[in-house]
Structure formats: structure tokens, C-alpha cells
Write a protein that binds this ligand. Structure first.
Ligand SMILES: [Zn+2]
Ligand SMILES: [Zn+2]
Length: 307
């Protein structure tokens, strides 16, 4: 994944407004598209083959990049449809942004509203879940959750049992029993281990700390959380419906997250984010980072397995 924009509502020369690009086995997903998102995509080499755009809420710093991005996609003669997911009761407003282009692009754009508990997108082996967040407008967060993966195939054991190397191996791995030449039946659980958990990423968008973030995914590999302020402006965080780094870290800790990325950094912190890091680390034992724009992260499989 690539952090395209990590600033709060007002961008800085270092940080663009919100945008996160996720590339997963050839499929590209975009979460929020603040002003300038398309240029960030060019700078950081993500390409424009996004199939789904997930919008957390309709504040400008999360959506003003949509018209420009769509216009460039149209100039590129895009034909593939684009699905845009947006919180309930915001479809009309989002349509206004699409219509701001004047000429509607030739490729199909599907806009759908999503609410708490909805699966915004179900793919072959993962889904993107929606959860309600606590901001000062209609807002949701998203969790990309992979299905469990098949258990490990014990090749040695299969050979011991007399299974010939070849298609019977894959049938067993797929979960089907196979019959050997002497009539013996080998069951999958004799040679295939327990299913292994997939990966998960949770992105809150703008929010106060909320329990729904903890509930949406079990021990996420990565939690990307609003951390607009540090402790010095904790009161302001509550008033403006945002979080502090410490508040984000408490959620990460309670969710059992493995890594925490603090984003939506207020322009008041151009001097540095040392306080964000220190305060979060006091509260959360896992890895904490405040990504720069353009920073890329690979999310490994749980337990750092070799595949
Ligand atoms: Zn924002
Ligand atoms: Zn906002």
C-alpha cells in the first residue's frame, strides 16, 4: 500500500490531503481522494487502474481529488467501470462531484451508499467491510479483510500415504478426498493443516476514538487511524471530532492491532511528529509509524510465513 496523502484538513508543502492506495494481487483500491490525489499517484507510481474508490466522508480534504482523477481517467480512454462507495445519504453530494466534470466520462461509474456492518465489496478471497465512525458528519471507516487461507499441504506425508505426485495433490489441497489404486481413500485432513488467517487492514478516516473500530476486524495487521493532534491539543481533538495519537494508540491496543499508522496530521505540526510517536508508543506496544506521503508498506501474512 502507498500513503498518497497524510495531512489534516489543510495540506502542507510536505503532506497532501487524504488518500491511500492499496494494491493487492493485481487489484487496485483507493481509500479517499483528497485534492491532488492524481498527482500523488503519478509521483509515487501507483498507476490509475483503480477498480473501487472507498470514501469515508464528504469533507473536502477527502473528496476534492475525485473530479480531477476522473477527468484524467477519461483522457486515458478508460473503459473499465469504477465503483465508488460513500456513506449513507451522501450519494447526491458525491454525484455533484462527478457531474462537476461537465461531460460525464464514457466509462461507467457506479455510486453506492454504505453503512455500518455492510460489506461494501466482496471479492473472491477478501472483502471490504464498512463500519460507523464518530465524526461531525456522516462518516464510515473501511476494513479490508482477507479470507482464511488453505492450510499447509504436507507433501512428505502425502507421499508416505502413497499418493502419487500430480493432480491428486491439488485435489487434496482443495479439500477433496482421493482414492488410490489399491482402493485406499486419503482424506484432506490427513495431509492438509488447519486454515491460516488472512491479512487485514483497517482505515478509520476522520473520527474520534470509537469502539466500532475495535470490533470490525480481529487483531488487524495494520490500523490506519486519525491522529490529527498530539496531547497538547487533546481538547481540540474532541471538539473537532478527531483523535489524538494517544487516542488512536488506545484503540490499536484494544483491537490487538500489530501495526499502527497515524495519519491526518494537522498542519500545526510542521515542526515534527515526535510527540505523536512518543505518546502513541506509551500506550501501544506494537509498531507505530507516522508515514510520509509516498511511503509504501507491505503487509506480511500473520506470523511472517514464507508465502
Ligand atoms: Zn479530514
Ligand atoms: Zn473530516
Amino acid at each position: 500500500m502507498t500513503f498518497l496523502g497524510t495531512s489534516g484538513a489543510v495540506p502542507t508543502t510536505e503532506r497532501n490531503p487524504s488518500g491511500i492506495h492499496v494494491s493487492r494481487e493485481g487489484e487496485e483500491l483507493l481509500f479517499d481522494a483528497g485534492e491532488g490525489t492524481q498527482r500523488q499517484m503519478m509521483r509515487f507510481g501507483t498507476g490509475f487502474s483503480v477498480s473501487h474508490l472507498f470514501v469515508t466522508h464528504l469533507h473536502g480534504d477527502h473528496v476534492f481529488g475525485i473530479p480531477g482523477l476522473l477527468q484524467t481517467m477519461a483522457f486515458n480512454d478508460r473503459e473499465e467501470p469504477l465503483a465508488i462507495h460513500t456513506p449513507q445519504a451522501t450519494r447526491r453530494q458525491l454525484k455533484g462531484l462527478v457531474n462537476a466534470l461537465g461531460n460525464r466520462p464514457d466509462f461507467p461509474i457506479r455510486i453506492s451508499e454504505v453503512g455500518d456492518g455492510d460489506v461494501a465489496y466482496r471479492a473472491d478471497d477478501f472483502e471490504v467491510r464498512t463500519f460507523e465512525t464518530d465524526h461531525d458528519t456522516r462518516s464510515v471507516g473501511y476494513a479490508l479483510v482477507e479470507d482464511d487461507r488453505k492450510g499447509r499441504f504436507d507433501r512428505e506425508r502425502a507421499e508416505e500415504l502413497g499418493v502419487p505426485v500430480g493432480p491428486k495433490f491439488s485435489r487434496l489441497h482443495e479439500g477433496d478426498p482421493v482414492e488410490l489404486e489399491d482402493g485406499t481413500v486419503v482424506e484432506p485432513d490427513q495431509v492438509v493443516g488447519d486454515p491460516r488467517p488472512g491479512r487485514s487492514i483497517v482505515y478509520t478516516g476522520d473520527t474520534r476514538p470509537t469502539v466500532r473500530t475495535i470490533e470490525v476486524a480481529d487483531e488487524p495487521d495494520l490500523l490506519i487511524h486519525d491522529a490529527t493532534f498530539a496531547d497538547d491539543r487533546a481538547e481540540r481533538a474532541g471538539e473537532t471530532a478527531h483523535s489524538t495519537a494517544r487516542g488512536a494508540a488506545e484503540i490499536a491496543s484494544r483491537a490487538g492491532a500489530k501495526r499502527l499508522a497515524l495519519v491526518h496530521i494537522s498542519s500545526r505540526y510542521t515542526g515534527g511528529v515526535d510527540d505523536h510517536l512518543a505518546e502513541a508508543r506509551e500506550t501501544f506496544d506494537g509498531e507505530v509509524l507516522v508515514p510520509q506521503d509516498g511511503q509504501k508498506l507491505v503487509v506480511p501474512f500473520p506470523g511472517n510465513e514464507d508465502d
